[in-house]
Write a protein that binds this ligand. Sequence first.
Ligand code: NAD
Length: 497
Amino acid sequence: MDQRALFIIFGGTGDLAYRKLYPSLFRLYEKGYLKENFAVIGTARRPWSDDHFHEVVLNAIADDGRDVERTNTEMARKFASHFYYQSHNVDDAEHYVNLKNLADKLDAKYELNGNRVYYLAMAPRFFGTISSHLKDQNLLTENGFNRLIIEKPFGRDYKTAKELNDSVSGSFAEDQIFRIDHYLGKEPIQSIAALRFGNQIISSLWNKEHIDNIQVTLAESLGVEERAGYYETAGALRDMVQNHIMQIVSLLTIEKPDVYDASHLRDKKVEALNNIQLYSVDEAKKNFVRGQYGEDANQTQASYRDEEGTDEHSQIDTFVAGKLISHNPTLEGVPVYVRTGKRLAKKTTQINVVFKNLDTDIFHNVEDSDAIGLQDNVLTIYIEPEMGYTLKLNTKYGNQGYNINPVHLRYRKTPEEKAKIPDAYERLIHDALRGDKTNFAHWHEVSRAWKLVDVIREAWDSEDANFPNYESGSMGPKAADELLTNDGRNWVFNPLK
Ligand code: NAD
């Protein structure tokens, strides 16, 4: 497939470009996915020269790999020579004329066939302005492809997300818009479909008859760090649940697509999200809990309200837990418990599928004080930092009696295997270059996810929370545990030993 293209990166001097985009483009170049027929225009307000831009790009590669030597190679210098800088205020229509001239020049020089990828590594308030100028000033080509990559946050509720979407969809059709949710670029998330639909033993059990509940945990051990300004406007519900968690839930609850490709998968994901129960405000209050971290037990870590840049009376949620209910036919009524938070006991992203224990316990009358008894089978999918799976099975404990004890079948990716896995941005940029939308969020997914989340926000905004309500270093507020114990269940938190 022809992978030649001109990348125009808006926000070329920013953090995202430096930490993610330039290193990812270099890795694609190292691996031969980008050959000589590509060029990159970085644009931002600062008046950089091309030479300075090359230096920045080389530094970004060095910082990424923690390997300065990588920048001293002929390959790295050749790569950087494809980068051009255009100082630019995105609000000013005049600048798009210069941008077009440079783009056309590079198109001819590198024989790019009019293929263009516009990467908006800038605040969403600029998306509409940039998209309409790109169209009005004729940067969009007739002969090649024109693809727009945009980043979160995609609105702060359904209404603003729709306005944002309307602002870009006047210039770009849905099939040209690539909405990044970097969780969809992660290997173990992409692997969910393979696990569910590539294994008869799993697919035959992945249904309401056999699954008791599913649990999704995205736990961070860090606090808000230097993102307090942004976080004060967002909170965990908007920052993590609306996008990453809803995307994961959709992949866990989709019906089987006829074929694994972008359009079939998208249809099934939209269906799965549409079939997540939309709560009333009262139901949302009952089924979702919020939290905000306080100090840790030893008072060595500051509470959220004492972090620099936060409001001392902040009502922002740094923790969310809730119960979603799937009404997709296969999983009708199965609860999906989700939780995410900052300053939790351990950094881990994991999915636990808890199976029903249907069998009669014929072992219960074996008398032995060591006996644990039959446990639920649990399939754990480790997303990060570990990658792998465990499956908890009941087996006989090695002794003279007949005690039942669980063991975990375990698969864990080795550091060598992990090192070979492309980074999420590297993969997603490559997908966008190939025009593969499998791992991007469709507007229908984004909009439904907002509707599901807006009700929860409405429920919470109607009354003040009593924050802080969990200790740093814990697993969140008591109410999050009660959410499950009230249903006769518990959170599974499975370290990969
Ligand atoms: P940043 O503040 O570091 O960079 C913003 C860029 O926009 C800079 O290059 C700046 O010069 C440019 N800019 C601002 N106003 C401009 C104007 N009027 N004209 C031209 N250029 C202008 O921000 P960032 O961290 O790189 O994030 C960019 C976007 O990506 C944000 O919306 C952010 O929420 C999102 N995002 C960032 C990350 C990340 O890891 N940094 C991750 C996910 C999403």
